[in-house]
Write a protein that binds this ligand. Structure first.
Ligand SMILES: *Cc1c(COP(=O)(O)O)cnc(C)c1O
Length: 233
């Protein structure tokens, strides 16, 4: 029977895996940012993650984030990674610096309205459904251009990147075409110069597939179970 790894051991191990994936693909380690997804764990565990010097915290629902945000908000940089209902925008805006799940125009407009009222800027990732699974949220790739053209008119919402989720059940290697597809879409969009600034960021890769995502160009990986564990660990 093996003992569960301590948080410090997990962080060390993930760091080695991230570095190795960067080395294999000829990338610089500092191009890849790690987001610790704390949705499975308590306020105390989240505080311990911050104590280890990880600053980027990811949560997928305001209901599970609220207590942690209220206790630790100013210590971290907060990423909203889950499906965002328009009626929850008021809770998230001004608290989460990054929204990874911009998947529809009505959401963009609600973000714009609430951000303008608070006079804050929102950094957003446009969520794409690359795998074609009907259960996945996200825009279809062919919707990306008209969507960006609409977003460009919003003064407080800035699309800095693209985000996708790979199919869950597949082996890590099977996710590669999805991640590659997201990178190629980013490059095609930038070739068309649709945004004031090039879209640089790619939010892709979770515990079971982040090494492949990094090899394919991820700039943000969202790591829950492998990095912070689940509460029973
Ligand atoms: C939960 C979650 C993650 C992290 O999942 P793990 O597999 O535990 O790393 C990443 N991204 C999103 C959108 C999530 O909801």
């Amino acid at each position: 029977m093996s003992l569960p790894l301590s948080l410090i051991e997990r962080i060390d191990q993930v760091e080695q895996q991230v570095s190795e994936a960067c080395r294999r693909s000829g990338r610089n380690r500092n191009e890849v940012n790690v987001i610790a997804v704390t949705k499975y764990v308590s306020v105390d565990k989240t505080a311990a993650v911050l104590d280890q010097g990880i600053r980027h915290i990811g949560e997928n629902r305001w209901q599970t984030a609220e207590e942690k945000w209220r206790a630790l908000g100013e210590r971290g940089i907060w990423h909203f990674i889950g499906h965002l209902q328009s009626n929850k925008v008021k809770d998230v805006i001004g608290r989460f610096q990054y929204i990874h799940s911009l998947d529809r125009l009505s959401l963009a407009k609600e973000l714009e309205k609430k951000a303008a009222a608070l006079n804050v800027q929102v950094s957003a990732f446009m969520q794409l459904n690359i795998s074609g699974e009907s259960t996945k949220h996200g825009l279809q790739p062919e919707q990306a251009v008209p969507f960006l053209q609409e977003i460009n008119r919003l003064k407080h919402v800035n699309v800095i990147g693209l985000m996708t989720m790979a199919p869950f059940e597949s082996s890590a290697e099977d996710t590669r075409p999805v991640f590659r597809g997201l990178r190629q879409l980013r490059d095609e969009l930038n070739n068309q110069a649709l945004t004031p600034e090039p879209i640089t960021e790619l939010s892709m890769g979770m515990s079971n597939d982040f090494e492949v995502a990094i090899e394919e160009g991820a700039t943000w990986v969202r790591l829950g179970s492998i990095l912070v564990g689940k509460e029973e660990d």
